[in-house]
Ligand binder design. Structure first.
Ligand SMILES: Cc1cc2nc3c(=O)[nH]c(=O)nc-3n(C[C@H](O)[C@H](O)[C@H](O)COP(=O)(O)OP(=O)(O)OC[C@H]3O[C@@H](n4cnc5c(N)ncnc54)[C@H](O)[C@@H]3O)c2cc1C
Length: 815
């Protein structure tokens, strides 16, 4: 029987391409005592049967950096290890068969350029020249990425494994891990059929088994396998090994030359979940039964794009399982539930092209204790605990696979597994015409349909069907008063006699304030990067209420809990479900609220950034004078069982003040005009308060200091080299969403981090960072430039400012 060591610094569970890449990169960084355990043979799970496409353009800059790195790694791996990989940089062509798809591709091309990828926009004829078997019937245009490639997944994994072994990693096959050992919230090792292994860190790279492996440690790893299909034809004359990959997303199809044959694969709109009752114990190098009736319509649409398929004959019908996550993004990083337990799984059919980058950054994360740059899009801390629910996952998987090739419409909402988390006001909002969108399973009113209109999205890249409704909500807030249901906020309480000292170290702003004060603050890492952006209310001498966004519930709670020293008298509790939140916002909010309470709401008695418990209707609620929309307003924290009665009295009294229900799209357009930052887009762990223009929220000299202060001081001394600015397009008919390149005096200087139409300013607005090629960025330099923003390959003049376009003096907020 194989013997394994009784101790390792790191144990990796799973020898697919991802586990081998993590092993390779740990080895390269010189990490000693790394042990990879594979239950069967390397690649025997999903990796062995992948099609091997290696694309580079992803939805965000950092994910693109990872995919780009993968290409560079694979390019040199054979030279380095002596193991052939089959990697070839043949390029890829994506064709568009509709105007909307062409806009999507062109927006992608603009983004690619901004990320430093080579890209060409092709006419249909030019696409055919590069791909002679292509029928350009109905094709409006195409995009060519010359550095995309393809590889042999088995050989590439073996090359990574060989590189890892050279670097001292021990790889053992035919040993199944059967349990994860945890002591006091920290991983301590694994159990296997061949004995126990003590370890300082464990990495779950178990592919479609990773959810079950996570369950052993009570860690949420939301993924579910689905069947994934391709065929390989008989040889087709004229195919050459240098033929680019071809994608026709409108036909759900991709095409790859494969030893003189064509491999044709699909991302169909309704996928087939697999493995609901568990994965068979012996599953290794296995195929699932071919389902011809399932692929028949897909095959037909592929034939329309490549007519040579009609006569080619099929040599292989392939069906293999791959795991998908609820949001089609993979799961990476240290699990919030258990220290030292890392996850790299759920690769949504891009595991081959992602493995290089994901393995590298995870190795850095394990060794350095933090990721090398912001990886929020794939960070496992974005997951909510309920997302482990199998039924939820199975039903979402039906849709997730196809969404990879579906139109990536702005504001697109999932159709499956909906209605999971609902506010206490949900039914009232639905009856009032709410169209809901989902964040971490929470249904939130995004906009309200007016009479005669269906509360359903009609998507486009331009003004969508809710544009005017949302504009009406926006104006009501600016001119009168609007009511938002913000119950999805995460609410955390930190309590104990050391609460003030503990939170003081975590927050960059000063939270040792009088009871009833609200503090807007960031939580920083040691490098000065922004880990969280939230408000802190001192409820009592020894108690704080911390309010953050729904998407950051797990992450911020984990950051806070891990920041409490063992000997401190402070405990963090997540009280999110205990309170509904109503945002009453607008110049008439005070007048309206005054009709429902006897408490003194005057500016003198209840100024901005303070919070008090008041009577409201028959209830007692916490009213916090704070805003994310740039107007006088109150966030009302209402114990959940009082939410409906409080809502009813507000709405009942609201008519004479012109009260209007408003949704998250209006919230977004309102905050954009005031240039309020959004964590995850405008501010991330890669951005500091100085770069983000948030120095006003840094209490440099407070007692006890704060995490990140030294790094921030160094940056203040040296000056910043990039700066967040507000951007307004000079044309009203183009929308800004995300990642549109910003040009200054014809030089690329940055990209839009978030965008929305500003109905009061009357222009498409965005926020984004600008940088001057490593030079210091001053306000004068910013003001001196002439700017354009590139939207779908077209440059549009824009205004740029370090101050908000609306109420820069904050007079309305303080009024
Ligand atoms: C038909 C098809 C085509 C695809 N085409 C592409 C493509 O063109 N490009 C692309 O980028 N991606 C593609 N993919 C996706 C890609 O194959 C996967 O994302 C990738 O292989 C996942 O790798 P992994 O290492 O996470 O998982 P796996 O390869 O499944 O590896 C996990 C390993 O963990 C082992 N394991 C599980 N439990 C234990 C345990 N308890 N103890 C020890 N070991 C354990 C398993 O045996 C397995 O070997 C495709 C997938 C399919 C199905």
């Amino acid at each position: 029987m194989t013997t394994i060591p009784s101790h390792a610094r790191v144990v990796i569970i799973g020898g697919g391409i991802v586990g081998c890449s993590v092993a390779y990169h740990l080895g390269k960084r010189g990490c000693p005592d790394v042990l990879l355990l594979e239950r069967k043979r390397l690649t025997s799970g999903t990796t062995w049967h992948a099609a091997g496409l290696v694309g580079q353009l992803r939805a965000t800059h950092n994910l693109t950096r990872l995919a780009q790195y993968t290409t560079q790694l694979y390019e040199g791996l054979e030279r380095e290890t002596g193991q052939a990989t089959g990697f070839r940089q043949v390029g890829s062509i994506a064709v568009a068969a509709s105007a909307a798809r062409l806009e999507e591709l062109k927006r992608g091309a603009s983004m690619a350029r901004c990320f430093g990828l080579e890209v060409e926009i092709l006419s249909p004829a030019a696409a055919k020249e590069r791909w002679p078997l292509l029928s350009v019937d109905g094709v409006l245009g195409a995009v060519f990425l010359p550095k995309d490639g393809r590889t042999n997944p088995i050989d590439t994994t073996q090359a990574l494994a060989r590189g890892a072994r050279h670097a001292g990693v021990r790889i053992v096959e035919d040993i199944k891990v059967t349990a994860i050992r945890i002591e006091r919230g920290r991983v301590r090792g694994v159990a296997t059929a061949a004995g126990e292994v003590r370890a300082d860190a464990v990495v779950n790279c178990a592919g479609m088994w990773a959810r079950e492996v996570g369950d052993w440690a009570n860690v949420t790893v939301p993924l579910h396998p689905a069947e994934h299909f391709y065929i390989v034809t008989q040889p087709i004359p004229g195919l050459t090994p240098s033929l680019p990959i071809l994608r026709d997303a409108d036909a759900c199809s991709y095409f790859k030359e494969d030893a003189g044959k064509l491999l044709v694969g699909w991302f169909e709109p309704r996928a087939k979940p697999w493995g609901e009752r568990g994965i068979p114990e012996d599953f290794a190098f296995e195929q699932l039964p071919a389902d011809l009736s399932h692929i028949e319509p897909l095959f037909a649409s592929a034939m329309r794009r490549v007519p040579a398929l009609e006569s080619a004959g099929v040599q292989l019908f392939f069906n293999g399982p791959e795991s998908f996550t609820p949001d089609d993004r993979y799961l990476l990083g240290e699990a919030p539930e258990v220290r030292g337990l890392y996850v790299a799984a759920g690769f949504n059919s891009i595991g081959i092209q992602s493995a290089g980058g994901a393995g590298k950054v995870l190795a850095d994360w394990i060794i350095d204790g933090h990721p090398p740059f912001d990886l929020w899009d794939v960070d496992i801390r974005r997951c909510a605990p309920f997302q482990r629910n199998k039924r939820y996952l199975r039903d979402r998987t039906v849709e997730s696979l196809g969404l990879l090739y579906a139109m990536h419409w702005p504001f697109r909402q999932a159709e499956t597994s909906r209605g999971v988390r609902r506010s206490a006001l949900h039914d009232r909002l639905a009856a009032a015409g709410a169209c809901f969108g989902e964040v971490a399973g929470f249904e939130r009113a995004n906009w309200f349909a007016t009479s005669g209109m269906q509360a359903r999205y009609q998507y486009s890249y331009g003004r969508q069907n809710w544009f005017e409704q949302s504009a009406g909500e926006h104006r009501a807030v600016r001119e009168r008063v609007g009511l938002f249901d913000q119950s999805s906020f995460a609410k955390l309480v930190l309590r104990g006699r050391d609460a003030s000292a503990v939170l003081g170290r975590v927050c960059a702003n000063d939270v040792d304030v009088p009871i009833g004060r609200i503090v807007y603050t960031q939580w920083l890492n040691e490098r000065g990067g922004i880990e969280a952006d939230l408000t802190v209310t001192r409820e009592a001498e020894d108690s704080y209420l911390i309010v953050t966004s729904c998407a950051n519930q797990t992450r911020d709670f984990s950051w806070l809990s891990r920041s409490i020293p063992d000997d401190a008298h402070a405990v963090a509790v997540d009280v999110s479900s205990a309170y509904a939140v109503l945002g009453l916002m607008g110049p008439r909010s005070r007048e309206l609220l005054a009709t429902l309470t006897d408490d003194d709401l005057s500016n003198a008695a209840f100024p901005f950034a303070t919070s008090r418990i008041i009577d409201l209707g028959y209830a007692r609620v916490r009213a916090s004078r704070i805003t994310y929309v740039g107007e006088l307003g109150y966030e009302l924290y209402v114990p959940t069982e009082f939410a409906q009665s409080v809502y009813d009295v507000i709405v009942g009294a609201g008519g004479s003040f012109g009260l209007q229900l408003a949704g998250y799209h209006a919230l977004n357009s309102l905050r954009m005009e005031r240039a309020y930052r959004h964590w995850g887009h405008d501010i991330t762990a890669d951005d500091t308060p100085l770069e983000a223009g948030l120095e006003f929220a840094v209490a440099w000299d407070k007692r006890g200091g704060f995490v990140g202060r030294e790094a921030l001081l160094r940056q203040r001394q040296a000056g910043v080299r990039r700066r967040l600015v507000a951007v307004a397009l000079e044309r009203e008919d183009r929308m800004l969403y995300h990642n549109e390149p910003i040009w200054r005096d014809r030089e690329l200087v940055g990209a839009i981090s978030s965008g929305m139409f500003g109905h009061t300013v009357g222009a498409p607005l965005g926020l984004g960072y600008v940088a001057g090629g490593g030079a210091l960025v001053s306000e004068e330099w910013i003001a001196a430039g002439r700017y354009e923003v590139e939207v779908a390959a077209e440059r549009i003049p824009a205004r740029v400012s370090v101050r908000p376009f609306y109420d820069a003096s904050r007079a309305r907020v303080k009024g």
